[in-house]
Write a protein that binds this ligand. Structure first.
Ligand SMILES: O=C[C@H](O)[C@H](O)[C@H](O)COP(=O)(O)O
Length: 254
């Protein structure tokens, strides 16, 4: 049995988190910091390298309050998109990655800030363990959609009827099912004060581009967890070790 085969999922996440920083972050850069249990290790690595002096003059933009808190605890210099709109690189995890490197994100409810930051990065580097790889987006992980609280059940019903999302079951995210805050009715509330609807699919979303466009055009939807045509590279850790798909890497193999 190889050493890698014995690794836990957390150890795999740490491997890709550290590699993403070692490969892509240099002194003087503006860096987007993702959210979640995989991005956690990339943030940790940036903090380590700044503390040791291996990295200098790096400024980071966090994609959630959780990540901001972690970065502050590591004394990582931070700013927002208001101060700096152009990022050299952004690093984040994903809930699903298909062979076109389209992603589902937002399992932790951070999708809006993640998308706002990551779309502005010259390189958006995605870090996952191999359990996130899929042939088609949808059935493996519910697609999160951030909606405004005003008349949220109306928006939920409207989303469920969109043609490109046919067959999905739309479920309002409650407090116990995420890391988000909770309002008086036990509904999960994002960092932006919005709600999340999770779309459950039995079969893959046929056309993620059409689904993304229809969701974006739906009044009441703030944004959604489909990240299409954004990933520069996906770093994957699995029992065979680390493999890289996308620009400067291999053709997706799954
Ligand atoms: O809202 C959360 C983010 O989109 C995360 O990046 C995503 O859910 C992956 O998280 P994890 O690395 O914890 O699986």
């Amino acid at each position: 049995m190889s050493t890698r085969a014995a690794m836990t999922q957390d150890e795999l996440k740490k491997l890709v988190g550290y590699k993403s920083v070692d490969d892509h972050v240099e002194s003087g850069m503006v860096v987007g910091l993702g959210t979640g249990s995989t991005a956690y290790f990339a943030v940790e690595r940036v903090g380590q390298k700044l503390a040791s002096g291996e990295l200098k003059n790096v400024i980071c933009i966090p994609t959630s309050e959780r990540t901001r808190e972690q970065a502050e605890s590591l004394k990582i210099p931070l700013c927002t998109l208001n101060e700096k709109s152009e990022l050299d690189v952004a690093i984040d995890g994903a809930d699903e990655v298909d062979p076109a490197l389209a992603l589902v994100k937002g399992g932790g409810g951070a999708l809006l800030r993640e998308k706002m930051v990551e779309v502005m990065a010259k390189k958006f580097v995605v870090i996952v363990d191999e359990s996130k790889l899929c042939k088609g987006l949808g059935p493996g992980f519910p697609l999160p959609v951030e909606i405004t609280p005003f008349c949220h059940m109306h928006t939920l019903r409207t989303i469920a009827k969109l043609p490109a999302l046919a067959g999905c079951e739309a479920i309002l995210r409650m407090g116990s099912s995420s890391n988000n805050k909770i309002d008086g009715d036990n509904i999960a509330v994002t960092d932006n004060g919005n709600y999340i609807v999770d779309l459950h699919f039995k079969s893959p979303i046929k056309d993620p581009v059409a689904a993304a466009s229809q969701l974006k055009n739906c009044v009441g939807v703030v944004d959604h967890g489909l990240f299409v045509d954004m990933a520069y590279q996906v770093i994957v850790a699995g029992s065979d070790g680390i493999r890289v798909a996308g620009t400067d890497g291999e053709k997706p193999w799954w």
